[in-house]
Design a protein around this ligand. Structure first.
Ligand SMILES: [Zn+2]
Ligand SMILES: [Zn+2]
Length: 248
């Protein structure tokens, strides 16, 4: 059973994000900053350093949290109602809990398993995960703006700095891709919150919609989702928290 995001084995996507963060942060301090005028240094470096620290802080908060169902963390039975027995680990857990094969445990208010963080996102760490997405977006935006500034400046010295120009161009494309990908994820989670569903609910509903024509039993995909799924819809981690508090 995996305790949290810092438990081994580390996921290859988790290692990749650490490497990317180190490369981009190093580029900022060792490549961008020497190219910027000294009077701009505090304006550029203070917000960037602050956002970098927040990215590290929320990554630590999400990864160090154990999102397991409360019944797995204590010997005392905390559920009074709205419980079920997990078909995989045979534990009595909340209805909103779901067993994660990667973590090998039931997750309270399951949303999804994040490979980049090597942990599940559920009721206990969803809020910090959402904050992390926002901080990463700001951090990448600051990185891109500074990078573009350096790129325009170095372009004037194309003959002398050809290698550096190519490096900045490649890195600029990488930052833009990451910014768009993270922005898309942030918008998706805002949409999930608005519609009070979890990522897991969304994926399962999408699956039943995709197989609907081949099933041909006259039922709507929403009905099939409830009938065929072994669990009831989980709901968004924010709404799950209220259910659990009332059932404790
Ligand atoms: Zn389980
Ligand atoms: Zn997991």
């Amino acid at each position: 059973m995996k305790k949290n995001g810092f438990s081994r084995p580390f996921d290859k996507y988790q290692i990749l994000t650490w490497i990317l963060f180190t490369i981009l942060a190093s580029s900022f301090y060792f490549v961008y900053i020497p190219l910027t005028p000294s009077q701009l240094f505090p304006i550029i470096s203070i917000p960037y350093t602050l956002s970098s620290c927040l990215v590290c802080y929320f990554t630590f908060r999400v990864c160090s949290c154990n999102p397991a169902d409360p019944s797995l963390l204590s010997d005392t039975k905390t559920l009074t109602k709205s419980s079920k027995t997990c078909t995989v680990c045979k534990s009595d857990v909340f209805l909103s809990s779901k067993h994660c094969g990667s973590c090998d445990k039931c997750i309270s208010g399951f949303d999804h398993h994040c490979r980049a963080l090597n942990t599940c996102i559920g009721f206990k760490n969803y809020l910090n995960f959402f904050r992390l997405l926002k901080c990463v977006e700001i951090w990448l935006l600051l990185q891109l703006v500074t990078e573009l500034y350096c790129l325009t400046k170095i372009s004037e010295l194309f003959q002398a700095k050809c290698g550096l120009l190519i490096f900045l161009l490649i890195e600029g494309i990488l930052i833009l891709v990451l910014l768009l990908a993270n922005g898309g994820l942030l918008i998706f989670h805002c949409w999930l919150k608005k519609n009070s569903i979890s990522t897991y609910d969304f994926v399962v509903k999408k699956y039943y919609r995709s197989v609907a024509p081949s099933m041909g039993d006259g039922k709507k995909s929403e009905e099939r989702y409830i009938i065929k799924s072994s669990n009831t819809p989980i709901g968004h981690p924010y709404s799950v928290s209220q259910d659990q508090l009332t059932n404790l």
